[in-house]
Design a protein around this ligand. Structure first.
Ligand SMILES: [Zn+2]
Length: 119
């Protein structure tokens, strides 16, 4: 089922398209700078949950920044020193919108329904 992109209304750049894969926490993310390449693969389990991507920007810029600064610096257009690429940012936004939020909602409803000791 096609889903809306999560952050189009809030970003000044056009967020890449994200597709779920059969791999848990794995995503195919549209490549905007290299349309011939098509999609990059993002694995959100890498780097302690900060994710890894197959794109050149991640390999040459973002991941070395992560090692150099020793911390996560979120992607934004023209921001220097970022530790993630637009593909990881889009995959994390997708994960938050379609996994974390429904899961938290389920937990909350599960705790309040039929639990005699629920607060
Ligand atoms: Zn990337």
């Amino acid at each position: 089922m096609p889903r809306e992109k999560t952050n189009d209304a809030w970003t000044e750049y056009q967020a890449p398209w994200v597709e779920e894969t059969d791999v848990p926490f794995g995503y195919r993310v549209e490549s905007r700078s290299d349309p011939e390449f098509g999609f990059h693969t993002v694995d959100l389990t890498q780097r302690g949950g900060h994710g890894a991507c197959t794109c050149t920007h991640f390999q040459i810029v973002a991941n070395p920044n992560f090692r150099r600064h020793g911390k996560h610096i979120p992607y934004a257009p023209k921001r220097q020193g970022v530790s993630e690429c637009a593909h990881i940012r889009a995959a994390l936004d997708h994960y938050h919108q379609h996994m974390t939020i429904p899961m938290l909602s389920t937990f909350k409803n599960g705790i309040t329904k039929g639990e005699p000791n629920a607060r």
